[in-house]
Design a protein around this ligand. Structure first.
Ligand code: BGP
Length: 457
């Protein structure tokens, strides 16, 4: 006997338009920040492979639908490209409408639920040039885009998501150089994060005005574990949790920012400009569900450098936990119990909100070395990775956590930001030259899992 999941549990894969669609300069699509950045500095991208080199889903919907059926998926999480749907920021691109309607109809016809996200790190270049999330104009433009998408596709899509991992472009773009604008500026980071949250809440408000069915947000929640029980280490963990988890989780689910976060911005003099009506919009427009991306936890200790409050180093330091297991192919820690800890936390601290795993998966550099003589990738490590996470997830569910689905990152190997094709994540292997897809051992295994709704013990 295996482990049986609740009836109707969603078994899906996750991907995003900028990493999967291709056709980055055709079909009327305008440039987004990744197209632009690659054009400017291709050497920053692994093997100089840019966002036009994807599996070209745009021209392969029928073929990939067969792949989804082969995997027995009942859910598919993807995103709409803002710069494709509204290339000039206001007019609708009819070719994009035809493409997305065709996709959502095909999913329906095959019994696969579309979960549709509106934004996956792909800021249209025109808005980036006007300040991106630092500008309130982008907030209104996004809200208009969201409203347009709901009315164009609301008859075909019930489950909507406003943002994927909104903290990532803030952390990687304003406190690091891995996303544009690639600067270090805490004040701008706070402002951009606040505007993203406001844009989210305004989209939820529009959605409810149009009587939409369900809307949520996808957050990368990493449980934070302190190095020791000392108060300094625990305080460091509380800060990391506040910055990386609660800064979006609390306003999205509870409608309010944590007091500690507000006080912190006041102490540093980096309170973002808040208009009179903003906080009421955030308060009144909380989510119906949460999507959670989980890859690895954060392990922290008291700060090594304390002097400068405008640097995160002043609040915590990362540390190497000696017992941690590292994925040798990607360098990330593997800690399956983290998913259980998230499940318990949502139940205990966030009103047992309905939630699903929106991304979980293992990236493997040089995965070709695991191909057998037929070219089939023998990715037993991926089967083990998914199984062990599912066991912990199941424990959370049996203890009452309201989780209703699991999505593997990803369906077909896809392009990923500066890493391009360095790390392969798919249940299908992609041949970058021929665009052929070939099911991996994990794909065949997932098919049984999804069709039986049962994890073999
Ligand atoms: C998540 C993102 C995905 C994907 C994944 C893997 O945070 O939502 O878009 O990129 O990480 O990351 P990477 O390809 O860098 O290993």
């Amino acid at each position: 006997m295996g482990i049986t999941f609740p009836e109707g549990f969603l078994w899906g894969t996750a991907t995003s338009a900028p990493q999967f669609e291709g056709a980055s300069t055709t079909g009327g699509k305008a440039e987004h920040v990744w197209d632009y950045w690659y054009k400017k500095t291709p050497e920053l991208f692994h093997n100089q492979v840019g966002p036009e080199h994807t599996s070209d889903f745009y021209h392969n919907v029928d073929r990939d639908m067969e792949g989804m059926k082969q995997l027995k998926l009942n859910s598919f999480r993807t995103s709409i490209s803002w710069s494709r749907l509204m290339p000039d920021g206001s007019q609708v691109n009819e070719e994009a409408v035809r493409f997305y309607r065709y996709l959502f109809k095909s999913l329906h016809n095959n019994g696969i639920k579309p979960i549709v996200n509106l934004y996956h790190f792909d800021m249209p270049l025109s808005f980036h040039k006007k300040g991106g999330w630092e500008s309130r104009e982008t907030v209104f433009a996004y809200s208009h885009y969201a409203c347009t998408a709901f009315s164009l596709f609301g008859d075909l899509v019930e489950d909507w998501v406003t943002f994927n991992e909104p903290i990532v472009p803030i952390e990687m773009g304003y406190l690091n150089d891995k996303h544009l604008p690639a600067i270090y500026d805490m004040k701008k980071a706070v402002k951009a994060a606040y505007h993203t949250m406001l844009a989210h809440a305004m989209a939820v408000k529009e959605f409810r005005r149009q009587s939409g069915v369900k809307i949520g947000i996808i957050l990368n929640l990493s449980p934070v574990y302190p190095k020791s029980d000392s108060s300094a280490d625990r305080m460091a963990a509380d800060y990391a949790d506040l910055f990386f988890n609660r800064s979006f989780l609390d306003p999205a689910v509870k409608g309010t920012y944590p007091d500690e976060l507000i006080n912190w911005t006041k102490e540093l003099g980096i309170v973002p400009p808040v208009a009179k009506e903003d906080l009421a919009i955030i308060k009144e427009n909380t989510v119906d569900f949460l999507g959670v991306n989980y890859y690895q936890p954060r392990r922290v200790q008291q700060p090594v450098k304390r002097e400068n409050g405008l640097s995160l180093d002043a609040y915590y330091s990362s540390y190497e936990w000696p017992e941690r297991r590292i994925n040798p192919y990607r360098g990330w820690e593997i800690y399956e119990k983290g998913l259980y800890d998230i499940a318990v936390r949502i139940k205990e601290e966030y009103g047992n909100l309905p939630w699903f795993v929106a991304e979980n998966g293992i990236g493997v550099e040089g995965e070709e070395r695991f191909a057998d003589h037929n070219g089939d990738i023998q990715d037993d490590y991926r089967i083990e990775f998914i199984s062990e996470h599912l066991k912990w997830l199941y424990k959370g569910i049996t203890e009452g956590s309201n989780c209703y689905g699991y999505h593997v990152w990803t369906f077909v190997d896809n392009w990923s930001w500066l890493n391009a094709y360095k790390n392969r994540y798919g249940l299908f292997r992609l041949d970058l030259n021929t665009k052929e897809r070939q099911i991996k051992k994990s794909g065949k295994w997932f098919r049984v899992l999804a069709s039986e709704n049962e994890l073999p013990e």
